[in-house]
Design a protein around this ligand. Structure first.
Ligand SMILES: NC(=O)c1ccc[n+]([C@@H]2O[C@H](COP(=O)([O-])OP(=O)(O)OC[C@H]3O[C@@H](n4cnc5c(N)ncnc54)[C@H](O)[C@@H]3O)[C@@H](O)[C@H]2O)c1
Length: 453
């Protein structure tokens, strides 16, 4: 098929490349000329495993092109995907400025029938608004041909986005007409050869399902974080509890890890947008509010624990920080817990030595002043950032942090203190190595296990 994907961010770039991989002709339209120039040379502006190889292959095969010109993208497209950002607005509602701007531009430039598909995460009713804007643009130009608008929310996860797109758990289609549903089913058929998990539903239900999915996952995380807070007071290890409940199939093992809070470009804004949608309907979303406030609190946990450990004074302390991306496998730092910690540490006068395999560039841009003044140092080596540190804080559980050489670390730190924001280490092992270890919702090292034995 001939496809146009609008927006070359995490979702747009992955979708465009994967559609090309299946033999479709794809033009990816992006408003940033600099991004388009780089992409056209095969330079991928984000870190996403497997993306660069695929993108380069299809630039070479001619199946994938990048352009700043919408006209070029839509000239022959049968399907036009909107994959632009929908950040949180000031009141928490999804800011639809980019999506609606695309709709206006489509209304001003489309010259032939096509199907417009919303891949961006958008509130219920947005497809209708997009359709109205496009129709208004067409009729202002004296044109009237069918432009069908459908919803196809995206469920890829940063860090495994290519894999997720190539082998989706499910594809959700919200279409008003059977022909549109058929067309999109044909487009997705090659991605679903081993299991036909295409779920067709109404447009509004598809739009809502995306928010409900993210809100549910965020709820699981906040629930476990709340349990961890209680565990810490009751002398119970949340990790034992995680195993204890995760073995129940109705609960499952995913997304029940206590930690220093969720971040990223989706959960925080999507939970807020859903709360705002509820408000606008005069409906009290108590659970969602609790999820959001537990998460905000959780993001401050590491700082509070550090401050308490150092008797309320962090001035001049050297803190090593492992992991800046909001989760492993991505360079995305949007709403990352690391930023909340960094802000608080710098404000308290600490010196931070931070490391991340791929997210340092984004952090460097944001903290240019702290870098220039020497209050923040960034390095890709986990070992150099622990040199002379008063404490090490694990924020993002990248694989390379899972089994480090703790003896080497202990020897180079000023004090062997470790705050584990993701509970990836074994408290007793760390204690045996001479570390003072603190995890989230975990009793002091070995205590519980010893009493259990
Ligand atoms: N990032 C994820 O993991 C993820 C997963 C599922 C769904 N989503 C949703 O997908 C949407 C896109 O997310 P993202 O993370 O890819 O965003 P992003 O911010 O990484 O990328 C959006 C891109 O769209 C471009 N853009 C904006 N307006 C444009 C216009 N008028 N014409 C052409 N390009 C334009 C921007 O310059 C940017 O490059 C959001 O609604 C998000 O909630 C994201």
């Amino acid at each position: 098929m001939r496809i146009c994907v609008i927006g070359a961010g995490y979702v747009g770039l992955v979708s465009a490349s994967c559609f090309a991989e299946m033999g479709n002709r794809v033009v990816c339209v992006e408003r940033s000329p600099c991004r388009v120039a780089g992409l056209s040379r095969g330079e991928v502006p984000i870190y996403e495993p497997g993306l660069e190889v695929m993108l380069k292959a299809h630039l070479a095969s001619g199946l994938l092109r990048f352009s700043t010109q919408l006209e070029e993208g839509i000239a022959q497209a049968e399907v036009v995907f909107i994959a632009v950002g929908t950040p949180a607005g000031e009141d928490g509602a999804a800011d639809l400025a980019h999506v609606l701007a695309v709709a206006d531009e489509l209304g001003a430039k489309l010259n032939r029938p096509c199907v417009v598909v919303n891949k961006s995460t958008v509130p219920v009713g947005t497809a209708e608004r997009v359709g109205q804007r496009i129709s208004a643009g067409l009729s202002a130009r004296g044109l009237s041909f069918p432009v069908r608008v459908a919803s196809n929310p995206e469920f890829l996860k940063e860090g495994s986005a290519v894999e997720d797109f190539m082998r989706p758990d499910r594809v959700l289609l919200g279409c008003a007409e059977a022909e549109t549903d058929d067309l999109l089913r044909r487009l997705y058929a090659p991605f679903l050869r081993n299991h036909q998990r295409v779920l067709s539903m109404g447009i509004r239900a598809a739009e809502f399902s995306k928010y409900a999915a993210n809100a549910f996952l965020a709820t699981k995380i906040s629930f476990m974080n709340e349990m961890a807070g209680l565990c810490a007071r009751l002398d119970v290890d949340i990790e034992d509890v995680r195993h204890g409940i995760g073995s129940d199939k109705r609960i499952g093992t995913h997304f029940i890890y206590a930690g220093c809070g969720y971040g990223g470009s989706c959960f925080p804004k999507d939970v807020r947008a859903l709360i705002r949608s509820a408000e606008l309907e005069g409906f009290e979303a108590d659970i969602l509010r609790a999820v959001e406030s537990r998460n905000a609190l959780q993001k401050t946990w590491l700082f509070q624990a550090l401050r308490e450990h150092f008797g309320g004074h962090l001035q001049g302390r050297v803190i090593a920080l492992w992991g800046l991306a909001f989760k492993p496998g991505t360079d995305d730092i949007r709403e990352a817990p690391s930023l909340v910690l960094l802000d608080a540490l710098l404000a308290a006068g600490a010196r931070v030595q931070a490391c991340d395999p791929v997210a340092c560039a984004g952090v460097a841009k944001r903290y240019a002043e702290a870098l220039a003044s020497g209050h923040l140092q960034l390095d890709e080596s986990p070992y150099s950032v622990v040199e002379g540190a008063d404490a090490l804080v694990l924020v993002t559980e990248w694989k390379q942090f899972r089994q480090p050489d703790f003896q080497r670390i202990r020897a180079s730190m000023r004090m062997p203190v470790l705050f584990d924001g993701r509970n990836i280490y074994e408290p007793r092992e760390l204690a045996a190595l001479g570390f003072l270890y603190r995890g989230i919702g975990r009793p002091p090292a070995g205590h519980c296990k010893a009493s259990a034995a």
